[in-house]
Structure formats: C-alpha cells, structure tokens
Ligand binder design. Sequence first.
Ligand code: SF4
Ligand code: SF4
Length: 259
Amino acid sequence: MRHIKDKDSTDIEGRPLADNERFAFSCHPGLQCFNQCCRNLNLYLYPYDVVRLKNRLEISSEEFIDAYTHVVLRNGSHFPHVLLSMAENAGKTCPFLTTEGCRIYSDRPQTCRAYPVEQAVYFKEGRPRLLHYFRPPDFCKGPEQDRFWTVKSWESEQDAGIYNQMAIQWAEIMGLFTSDPWGAEGPSGRTARMAFAAAYNVDAFRRFVLESSFLSRFKVKPDLKMKLKKDDVAMLRLGFAWIKLAVFGIRTGYLSPKK
Ligand code: SF4
Ligand code: SF4
C-alpha cells in the first residue's frame, strides 16, 4: 500500500477502480500462467507482514529479517524499506513458491493479498482515503475468467481486513518520514535503529519494552499493556505509537510519557 500526498499525486499505472466497480478475476492452478507472477518481484513487506511470516516460519523477527529480506533506504524517504529477497535461481522465484503454489498462502503478505489490485492511501483531515488500481501483468489470465468482484468483495475473499488496517497505519507513519527527523544522529543513529526495531523487529522491541525502564518512563494504555508479553500485534501497535511519540513528538491514546 503506497502512501501518496493527495489523490492527484499518484503515479500508479492501471485502471482506477471506483468503489462499486466490478472487475473480472480468478486464479487457479489450471491456468497456463500459474505461478508465473511469484518471481522477480520488488515485494515490499510491511511490519504486519513480518509478524505473520516469522510466526508462520516459527523463527524470530531478527532471523526473518536476516534470512528473507533486504533493507534499503530509498531517495526521498528517511526510513528504510524492507523487501522480500527472491531466491538466487534463474527465475528469481519467491522463496515461498512451490510447484503447488504459495507454501505460506494463509500468511502471504498484504501486497500478494491485494493483487491484482494495487492500493494507495492519502490522508485528508486525519482520515485515510484509499485509491485502488486494477493492474494485473500482461501475461496474467486471471482477468479473462468469469468471476466478478468489487474492491470490497475481493478484500473480503482475500481475508485482507487486518492486513489493510495495519498497512494504513504504517503508511501514515511512512508519510511522516518524507521529512528528515533524525537531525545530527542521522539515519543510522540510536533512535533510527530503535524505530526500525519498533516497526520490523517485534521480538527485539518486546525485549526493549519489557526488560528496560520503558514501562516506568511511559504510560501504556492498560488493555494494550496487558497483551504485550505474548501478542505481537499489540506490540506492533505500541511500536507505531512509540515511533510517533519518540521520533515526531505526536501523542496517541496508546502511549504517553509519565510525569
Ligand atoms: S498470473 Fe494471474 S492468474 Fe496467473 S497465477 Fe498469477 S495471479 Fe493467478
Ligand atoms: S508470498 Fe506467496 S503469493 Fe506472495 S509472491 Fe511469494 S509465493 Fe507468491
């Protein structure tokens, strides 16, 4: 889900989809293009994707980031992007692709869930506004099939609710990172490293929260605090709130400094 400044600033190609506009699409192993789309991708991972994938693989968030991603700082942003590393084979296939399809299908990333729809979000008066574009690649036979969807029914079919909710929250934060918040410390300083952990390394951020003086220095919303030991989504919500507060000075209902 791409963060954009306003509805006129998107450069996403494809057919814009209105809320109730229908599109044809179906994907199944009988199609000649089956599995062709899961290769040679610039597949951006969002923080909630990492939580789902590391739990699916039963590894820690640091192990996942080390083994499955590369982290890049792009021009114009002051926070790194995390991309899924493709396999080092001739087809540069996704590491989760098998001849039968996606081996982590029920935990596939948000971008794979939304596909063939690409999403962009901008914020107006503090509220997210979503734009959708239908953009399957030319070789994709999905649009020639006889099943019809709207954006809403497609998202429901793909079980995308929590993914979209978390991706919107993350897009709002990435929007803040279009200006440089790091000052003299720079993008590799301590605060920047901690912000990366708060978003993408939930297990390290949990250790920081529970094993340092964090909880004596910050007041955490009680129902969130109760879940922090075991619930990765709760820890991620706290991580987002910490980035807003510690990096940008924005208070949320989740976190405030103790007096
Ligand atoms: S190219 Fe399209 S129809 Fe073919 S497998 Fe991928 S998503 Fe499905
Ligand atoms: S995660 Fe699954 S659906 Fe997404 S590109 Fe990889 S194999 Fe395909």
